[in-house]
Unconditional design. Sequence first.
Length: 386
Amino acid sequence: MHPDIKCISMKNPFVTSGYAGKEYFCDRKKETEQLTRMLENENNVALISPRRLGKTELIHHCFAQDRLAEEYYTFIIDIYATVSLQDFVFAFGKAVINTLRSKPRKIWESFINILASLKSYITYDIDGKPVWGLSIGDIVSPSATLDEILHYLETADKPCIVAIDEFQQITKYSNGGEVEATLRTHIQKCVNTHFIFSGSQRHLMTSMFTSPARPFYQSVILFNLKPIPEETYTAFATSHFEKAGKKLMPQVVSNIYNQFESITYYLQRVMNYLYMLTPAGGTCHEQLIDIALDEIMDISTDSYQTLMAQIPEKQRTLLIAIAKEGEAQAISSGSFIKKHHLPSASSVLSAAKGLLEKDLITKEGDTYSVYDLFLRMWICRNIKKT
């Protein structure tokens, strides 16, 4: 077990947020072994899959393996909300100090001493542990600060592994190409530090690492994460029901597995509710699925109504149309526009661009779909057909 992950006894074993330990992590034995072995052999890895399929939890799970937990320092940085290199470096430094503060004093103290450009901004809590007491504006020379952070990792007394979550976000920075080149320049010098570049937008991630014109070309092993097989998830869910003296009918898992396209997050959310609704000694039948989904939709209504009200009308109309289709193709075609009473083709494409930028829809090839499957279900249930 990773030293920073405490053993947790969950009242509900279907965890919907974060990593609660090996007992509540479904399978991924093959992927865990593969990724762990790649890291042990000093490779940089690009971990790619749609969001909510469990990439971050897999990284946590690998970092919790004794082979990595005892021999490496491991860090996870989420850059989804960043918009610049300055933001990136801020998130990087904060993640490093938040991880090190639980270590012996000499470990985090050496980091602070190396962080010359920001040393005066580090504060300490009542226990004498360091606190990242900075604002983003305090980082006036992001490249220099990044160099200091990486210098610490390179001189640490153990090899380091850094996982950067939602790595494709750097392509959306105003100077994304320059940032890519800057990061590649710094990272390619690293010997003691290796990286997992985790991303959910397949076309952006693939282009970053396979295009000869891009700085990160051929610098990683590409690792595409696939859904957990239905039979594997069924065994996992059934086992946890049985441990609580409950029975789970296999067709229940099959129903939600197919309904939510095998995406782990939705499986866990629905199973969490089904586990709650099934009394000790009781059986979970398919009839409970509608009850669980009704509750999920009910508690989501206020936030979804607010979201829909904030979306410009043309984007909202297109979002509804795509939700009704499930998977929408040729959205600028005359037949699609006529069917859903949409404006011109150019207006539809402009609206689609806005929805993509907001991450409300995704695009694979020529196919568009609503990113949040619960939102798609809510729209289909609550908004009249266009």
